[in-house]
Design a binder for this molecule. Structure first.
Ligand SMILES: [Zn+2]
Length: 412
């Protein structure tokens, strides 16, 4: 049942009833002029482009933003809010606000009655779903916008971490807002503050959501999506978390992946809590984390816009968008599963990565130390064996988990 259907039915009584139902979600659903006979084609969004994400990254990582660490962070928040407003998103927070102020934690010994000072601000907007029965269910796309600011007199531009993710956020918001027929569930866009401060912005959001979190069907976040693991020439985006919801696994299998990009699906336990999915994972809300991986410029002044692969950012953005639309329109929603069985998929992903790493080493694109080469070769051989046998046991999976941690977080 959609607003478009109500027009087709005609009859003012039904129309009024539907107005009531639709009104629960928002008037914006009604403002959007839905053509009565919109073709399937027109329900697909225009893809996010490299030129569009590039503009945001260059601006957000420019010296003017001072590394989005001090008070200049508000300039970034305002940039995001303005963009949400221009795209026609509705404010997400009470009293028609795009901003959610985030107070600091009270220390022991502080006056517990006094209000804690505001130390940050989340920025959120949303696009109401077009199905009156599903529009009070939500899919979140998010990225943190804060970074390290100026440290030891040096600007930390944070182009990859995480102007890249914010550019995805802004352009997917624009893409959905321009769709003539909106997704059935509501799509929510949040830029978190204070991720670099123990995920304080997303923790505050999850503890003070705009609606009960049971209505949140999928949480997605992207953190560092414009470079590659260890600066290796990898076409890879790592997608973690799908092991906790079978529907997300099948969605990732079916979603169309732009040419030049490869998805490597990994279990979240390989890296633990490293970004804003943490508070949602703790609440057992199905989630996906997108990242192109850590590199030597991570958290240094060398994380600059010129090193960003904007094509890659656009490709990853289009995958996030496709997953969001798929789940927003789906009959089924992802359901949390606690203990995923060992999956060969993960071994395949690691096998592929190690293959690319060894190839880069062979061709001289990036040389490894002897120890690194030995380690990577060993992981490659063992995962190859598991693939050949067509199964992976629990002890092998534990070994793979330990090795992958080393590979992903410390070898490079
Ligand atoms: Zn980050």
């Amino acid at each position: 049942m959609t607003f478009r259907t109500s027009r087709e039915i005609g009859g003012s009584a039904i129309w009024l009833v539907l107005w009531e139902i639709v009104g629960l979600c928002s008037s914006a659903t009604l403002q959007a002029e839905v053509p009565p006979a919109a073709s399937v084609e027109s329900t697909r969004p225009a893809p996010v482009t490299a030129a569009a994400v590039r503009q945001h990254i260059d601006y957000l990582a420019s010296p003017r933003m001072a590394g989005r660490g001090g008070p200049q962070r508000l300039l970034a928040a305002k940039y995001i809010r303005d963009h949400f407003g221009e795209a026609g998103l509705l404010p997400l927070f009470p009293e028609g606000e795009f901003y959610q102020p985030v107070p600091g934690a009270r220390a022991i010994g502080d006056d517990q009655d006094a209000e804690a000072p505001i130390i940050g601000v989340n920025v959120g907007g949303w696009i109401p779903g077009s199905d009156p029965e599903l529009c009070d269910e939500y899919v979140i796309i998010s990225a943190h916008y804060d970074h390290l600011g100026i440290r030891n007199g040096e600007l930390h531009p944070g182009a990859d971490d995480n102007a890249s993710g914010v550019s995805m956020l802004l352009e997917t918001a624009r893409a959905v807002s321009r769709m003539p027929v909106k997704p059935r569930r509501s799509v929510v866009f949040v830029a978190f503050d204070l991720e670099e401060e123990l995920l304080w912005g997303s923790r505050w959001f999850a503890a003070h959501p705009p609606w009960p979190l049971e209505r949140l069907k999928l949480f997605m976040t992207a953190d560092m999506i414009g470079r590659s693991l260890g600066n290796l020439p990898l076409p890879t985006v790592f997608v973690l978390g799908s092991e906790h919801a079978p529907l997300l696994q099948s969605t990732l299998d079916q979603v169309s992946v732009p040419e030049g990009l490869e998805i490597a699906r990994l279990g979240i336990d390989l890296i633990g809590t490293r970004s804003d999915y943490g508070p949602f994972r703790e609440r057992q809300i199905p989630f996906l984390f997108f990242s192109t991986g850590q590199h030597a410029d991570y958290h240094t002044p060398r994380d600059t816009p010129d090193l960003i692969d904007a094509e890659k950012v656009a490709r990853v953005s289009n995958v996030v968008l496709a997953v969001a639309l798929e789940i927003s329109d789906s009959e089924e929603v992802p359901v949390w599963t606690d203990a995923p069985p060992p999956s060969l998929e993960e071994a395949s992903a690691i096998h592929r990565i190690t293959e690319l790493v060894l190839e880069a080493d062979r061709t001289g694109a990036r040389s490894m130390s002897g120890v690194q080469r030995f380690f990577v070769s060993q992981v490659h051989a063992k995962t190859g064996n598991a693939i050949k046998l067509g199964r992976i046991t629990e002890p092998e999976r534990r070994w793979l988990s330990r090795s992958s941690k080393l590979l992903l977080l410390s070898v490079f």
